[in-house]
Design a protein around this ligand. Structure first.
Ligand code: UGA
Length: 468
């Protein structure tokens, strides 16, 4: 089957590699000339485990070709739109999808199927069929089947998630004779998972709902961690016991500095915002967002508490910059807002991340932050360590050696990733989220009462602003 994918970002590239792996011929269209040069050179503009090998192999076998524009699109059976929908400012934008439709829709063959894979704002949906029909009519051509095919892949495991999905969701915008669903059924014939067709609004909300639920689980775990701190329980043990109930499940209940990345935070805030514009309140999602940002503030407060009340003038080693391990993505990474907040409070911060491209990008984004090129330089003479991303390099670090190079013994684990007994045995004073360690109990009680006084429940908006 011949498939075109417009937009060679995370979603488009993974889709291209996966479809080529299943034997389809893929035309990857990328308008950014620098990105296109990198791709044609057999390199990748992003880090995604396993993706480079697949792209290289299928480029060499001519199963994938990259193009700068849509001129060759008239020969494909499926055209997939995978362009960005972020406005770069925390909001949605649909201008890129619209431009892309202007460009490709008039050129598509009369038996082609148009698929939108970009995560889109639900309010864009009602205008979609009319937009496509209008472009087809203006070109003197018949209407096309228009489908939604949301992706559920995670950065870091996106290739596996694409090749072995839990489900394939296909939303029908317009498919008068069922050709769209049949064609996509053929495109996904290698998949051994439920192929679910549904009306387009259901598909869009299935995608959003999945991410909103994952975000809710994480914020729930973080509120539970605060309860565990309060009552002297260990949240890891509590979640382990809870997660054995199949109605609950163990995943996405790890407490810490909260969720980052380009998907969860943005989709939570934009859903709140979009619903509010329609006079629909979303109190649960507002709480999810508030709790999530409160975690970043709580992390900075914990570092301050571990240093006797203030980070000013103290040297802090920040371990991890990316929003999670296995990626070089810094979009809405908790580490960046935490670093900013620490710098604002007068700390001397030295950060390190195992991903060289993330270190380079951080130097550009936050020139005031010192970024070390190895973990030992970051730890050297540090008064406190803050772990923000649970890279294996940090989990497996020689912590006794680490203690021999740091000046102070404070360590705050923002991902509950380290083994408290190993860290304590190495000579550190260990603190994490919901696994209360005795020495920090008194300063943290002060922190709790301040949060209660300041906003009564979820963490002070003032503190949140400081970290945002
Ligand atoms: C997320 C979804 O998990 C994917 O299913 C979805 O396809 C994707 O968004 C998307 O919409 O494109 P991703 O953004 O790659 O994937 O990252 P996640 O693995 O979901 O992690 C998001 C954040 O939550 C990370 O910062 C991670 O550290 C944090 N997290 C995750 C926790 O704080 N606790 C947990 O228990 C799990």
């Amino acid at each position: 089957m011949r498939v075109a994918i417009v937009g060679m970002g995370y979603v488009g590239l993974v889709t291209a590699a996966g479809l080529a792996e299943w034997g389809h011929e893929v035309l990857g269209i990328e308008a950014n000339p620098e990105r296109l040069d990198v791709l044609r050179d057999g390199r990748l503009p992003i880090h995604e485990p396993g993706l480079d090998g697949l792209i290289a192999r299928h480029l060499a076998g001519h199963r994938i070709i990259f193009a700068a524009d849509a001129r060759q699109i008239s020969s494909v059976e499926v055209a997939i739109v995978a362009v960005g929908t972020h406005d770069g400012n925390g909001g949605w934008q649909t201008d890129t999808i619209r431009r892309c439709l202007d460009d490709i829709v008039p050129r598509l063959a009369d038996d082609a199927v148009l698929v939108i894979r970009s995560t889109m704002p639900p309010e864009f949906l009602p205008s979609l069929a009319g937009l496509v029909d209008g472009l087809r009519a203006a070109a003197g051509r018949p209407p096309l089947p228009v489908m939604i095919n949301p992706e559920f892949t995670r950065e870091g495991t996106a290739v596996q998630d694409f090749l072995f999905p839990d489900r394939v969701v296909v939303g029908i915008v317009r498919d008068d004779f069922g050709a769209g669903a049949r064609t996509l059924g053929t495109m996904y014939r290698s998949v051994d998972a439920p192929f679910i067709t549904m009306p387009a609004p259901d598909a869009v909300l299935s995608k959003l709902g999945s991410n909103l639920f994952l975000a809710t689980k994480i914020s729930f775990a973080n509120e539970l961690a605060a309860l565990c701190d309060e009552y002297g329980a260990d949240v890891s043990a509590v979640v382990d016991a809870m997660g054995r109930d199949p109605r609950i499940g163990p995943s996405f209940l790890r407490a810490g500095v909260g969720f980052g990345g380009s998907c969860l935070p943005h989709q939570v805030t934009m859903t709140i915002h979009s619903a509010a514009q329609r006079s629909l309140d979303t109190p649960l999602l507002r709480a999810v967002d508030t709790i999530n940002h409160g975690q970043r503030t709580a992390f900075v407060d914990r570092l301050a508490a571990a240093l006797g009340g203030s980070v000013s003038g103290r040297r802090i080693a920040l371990l991890g910059l990316t929003f999670k391990p296995g990626t070089d993505d810094l979009r809405d990474a908790p580490a960046l807002s935490i670093a900013l907040s620490l710098l604002d409070r007068g700390a001397d911060v030295v950060a390190y991340d195992p991903m060289a491209t993330a270190r380079e990008a951080t130097r550009r984004i936050l020139p005031a932050l010192t970024v070390a090129d190895d973990v030992w330089s970051a730890l050297d003479a540090a008064d406190a360590i803050g772990l923000v991303t649970e890279w294996p390099e940090f989990v497996q670090l020689d912590w006794a050696r680490a203690r021999s190079v740091t000046r102070g013994a404070a360590l705050v684990d923002g991902r509950n990733a380290l083994d408290p007994s190993t860290i304590t045995a190495a000579g550190f004073r260990y603190s994490s989220f919901g696994r209360m360690s005795a020495p920090l109990r008194i300063p943290l009680e002060a922190e709790h009462s301040r949060r209660r006084v300041s906003d009564g429940r979820f963490g002070a908006p003032v503190l949140r602003t400081a970290v945002d």
